[in-house]
Design a protein around this ligand. Structure first.
Ligand code: NAD
Length: 260
């Protein structure tokens, strides 16, 4: 039962994070929505959660590439709700380019948001979860935590790193009632995927249709995008009491991609 628990989902104003937040709110959890944009720009998404669930949703702004902003945002969420019981490290960015053309600042940004932010957030919530002997940490990894694709060096390195962080944190908290798992989705149709299409067209010299069919869907034997709701359902299960025995797992939901 997650009713009455508090869930913080990073990067939850769109895509997978928003779907996870919506699923948690629908089960009666208090939800903290976060994003890098000012509150007024996230207002529509926040209000939609309230309208669809009848429960209060609050928005907290933080740039997840800045460790001090992460710590400060988590302190504000704890002050508002009293505790954080469920943490979903979901914020992520992508950049697509060959290594020799990959801007160093894009490498730093992708590593900061997709990997280091999870470390800073886990570090901040772990003491409270351990002391209450209940906690759920879910890291949004990727099929790229398990296999690589060309032109995504920073993302693949960050997501492989996130898998390692997941396993390490799971071992450290295994006897404290806190589980730490990662979800490894294949391609999910979200703004993150849409935005990488022009970069991939440039890097591979392809048309938009070729990128969708021959790069994205070609990776997945089902030839279908995963939906945000499917990912949210798995997150909901990982947050449940029934998932108590699952920890340190990297769970694929990738249409068969990494089975090949
Ligand atoms: P999205 O672009 O809709 O969501 C990403 C979220 O991260 C957004 O809310 C964005 O505002 C937030 N974010 C990005 N940079 C930030 C920053 N500096 N500070 C604060 N917030 C920031 O994309 P999505 O596809 O829903 O991605 C969510 C997660 O799922 C990411 O970690 C992504 O790597 C992962 N993922 C996505 C796919 C996919 O195919 N869409 C596949 C595997 C894994």
């Amino acid at each position: 039962m997650i009713r009455g628990k508090t869930a913080l989902v990073t990067g939850s104003t769109s895509g997978i994070g928003l779907a996870v937040l919506r699923a948690f709110a629908a089960q009666g959890a208090n939800v903290a929505m976060t994003g890098s944009r000012p509150a007024d720009e996230a207002e529509e998404a926040r209000r939609e959660i309230e309208t669809s669930t009848g429960l209060a949703a609050r928005y907290f702004q933080a740039d997840m590439s800045a460790p001090s902003e992460i710590a400060e945002m988590i302190a504000r969420v704890m002050a508002a709700f009293g505790a954080i019981d469920i943490l979903v490290n979901n914020a992520g960015v992508q950049y697509v380019a060959p290594i020799e053309d990959f801007p160093a600042e894009k490498w730093d940004l992708v590593l900061a948001v997709n990997l280091s932010a999870a470390f800073h957030a886990i570090r901040a919530v772990a003491p409270g979860m351990k002391s209450r002997r209940w906690g759920r940490i879910i890291n949004m990894a990727s099929a790229h935590a398990l296999v690589a694709s060309p032109f995504k060096s920073a993302y693949v390195a960050a997501k492989h790193g996130l898998a390692g962080l997941t396993k390490t944190a799971a071992l450290e908290m295994a006897q404290h009632g806190v589980t730490v798992n990662a979800i490894a989705p294949g391609y999910v149709w979200t703004p993150l995927v849409e935005r990488q299409i022009p970069e991939t067209m440039r890097a591979r010299g392809m048309t938009r249709e070729q990128v969708v069919e021959d790069v994205l869907l070609k990776a997945q034997p089902t030839r279908e995008f995963i939906t945000t709701e499917q990912v949210a359902a798995l997150a909901l299960f990982l947050a449940s009491d029934e998932a108590r025995g699952m920890t340190g797992a990297i769970l694929s939901m990738d249409g068969g991609w990494t089975a090949q």
